[in-house]
Design a protein around this ligand. Structure first.
Ligand code: FCB
Length: 451
């Protein structure tokens, strides 16, 4: 099949955020603290010593923010719910005011004609659950399922499309192996347990959803294609192992019923024996897959079974974002094609894609010319279009992110927004990339080729 010239009619254009990164007011209206609240208040965890106490103040400004979404022409908005607003202690007593906040948000989106794509869990675990072992505790999957059931029962009818988890790999890797995210553990033993419990939680949440709703539900994973630094066998093995660790670890069990063999090499004696009932549970069917794509990595053998993550092999002449991530649009097309080849034709969404660049200062006219981000979007949208042309069932695309926001361990030092946020005044300004994206929406992608 050849590449199509256009995105298909009905292609969905959206932008994404997450609760802890934008909401602020973390303890308002009876909410309990999340593990990210505690983690970011600990010395030395966030590079600019900031936290999410105010962030984009979206908890109080969501009405105004939905106005901006309308101005942009967004058709869909992906955001997450904060579990500890709804269950301050993670389980047990419901905080009605927390549910009410999300009801107001969902209704306001519907009133604005914007389709909500809520995510149940984008990393901010109720701190009380961390005290009970958090994701290392196999009960955590049931805690999430109970929370899910409450949310679906109360709010399920207000959105047709839900996702369970955002990026289980990052939770396990950054939170339990690298220690740079909450809860800040560094344990090779805990990492595969956490990954498995996250996938169990996803499957149980899907089952809870089926009992409450006729809508659609999926999971969001981040996929980073792995290239070998050379043709040498060691480098090839390193790339395969990295691929198994980051990508296939999460999709193989959901679609194919088993974990990749390489993981036993990666984790050695810490690779757990999984029981059959669990493996069956993980195959619970779901309706769509969300793919977050930012970059690829190039891997070299380093005599270590653990896949290299922190120091990918630099590519001469390549462009890198402020995160140190190589700009590699072809990887997005390849990723989408790989998913279809390996896992079948489940409907796909790009649920995050975007870039942090150092933004130029505002001009005297108050414009922000973020040309590199515009180019990033243009090339990656083209990659999506080509993937569609090659037969991928891609239903929509969400830019990361709607706003500059709290970028986890980097605090406010990395700006991913289509909309610039002045964190002193909370003033929002559309960057050039917002205008570019807005035109792309209006023209269903036809405008991305023009200057
Ligand atoms: C993803 C996260 C998102 C944001 C982007 C840059 O891994 O899902 O919250 O931090 O990276």
């Amino acid at each position: 099949m050849t590449d199509v010239a256009q995105f298909p009619p009905g292609f969905l254009w959206g932008a994404a955020t997450s609760a802890y990164q934008i909401e602020g007011s973390p303890l308002a209206d009876g909410a309990g603290p999340s593990n990210w609240h505690l983690f970011s208040h600990r010395d030395g965890t966030i590079s600019d010593a900031s936290n999410g106490d105010i962030a984009c103040d979206h908890y109080r400004r969501f009405g105004e923010d939905i106005g901006l979404m309308r101005q942009l022409g967004l058709q869909a908005y992906r955001f997450s719910l904060s579990w500890s607003r709804i269950f301050p202690a993670g389980t047990g007593k419901i905080n009605q005011k927390g549910l009410d906040f999300y009801r107001r948000l969902l209704n306001a989106l519907l009133d604005a004609g914007i389709q909500p794509y809520p995510t149940l869990f984008h990393w901010d675990l109720p701190a009380a659950l961390d005290e009970r072992g958090g994701w290392t505790n196999s009960d955590c999957a049931h805690w999430l399922a109970d929370y899910a059931q409450t949310v679906f029962g109360a709010l399920g009818g207000l959105a047709e499309n839900w996702t369970t988890l955002n990026e289980p790999w990052v939770i396990a890797d950054a939170g339990f192996l690298d220690g740079i995210h909450a809860p800040g553990h560094r344990s090779l033993q805990e990492t595969p347990l956490v990954a498995h419990n996250l996938l169990r939680a996803h499957a149980l949440a899907v089952q809870a959803f089926r009992a409450e709703s006729n809508g659609r539900i999926g999971i969001v994973v981040n996929i980073e294609p792995k290239y070998a630094a050379s043709d040498q066998r060691g480098d090839q093995t390193a790339a395969e192992r990295a691929h198994a660790y980051m990508n296939r670890q999460y999709l193989d069990p959901l679609f194919l019923g088993g974990y990749p063999d390489e993981l036993a090499e990666v984790f050695g004696d810490y690779w757990p024996r999984h029981n059959e009932a669990d493996m069956r549970l993980l195959r619970t069917p779901f309706d769509f897959l969300g793919v977050n794509y930012y970059t690829r990595s190039v891997n070299r053998a380093d005599g270590n079974n653990l896949p290299v993550r922190a120091s990918p092999v630099a590519q001469p002449g390549a462009e890198y974002t402020e995160m140190g991530w190589e700009v590699f649009p072809r990887g997005l097309k390849e990723t989408l094609l790989w998913i279809k080849r390996r896992y079948g034709d489940i409907p796909l969404y790009v649920t995050e894609n975007g870039a942090a660049f150092k933004d130029p200062p505002l001009t005297a006219q108050g414009r922000l010319h973020d040309a590199r981000r515009v180019e990033y979007y243009r090339t990656h949208l083209n990659a999506c279009r080509e993937a569609i042309g090659s037969g991928v069932n891609l239903k929509g695309y969400f830019a990361w992110s709607l706003f500059d926001n709290f970028e986890w361990s980097y605090g406010y030092s990395k700006r991913f927004g289509l909309i610039h946020v002045d964190f002193d005044t909370q003033k929002r300004i559309f960057k050039d990339s917002a205008y570019f994206f807005s035109e792309a929406i209006l023209s269903n992608g036809a405008s991305i080729d023009s200057d």
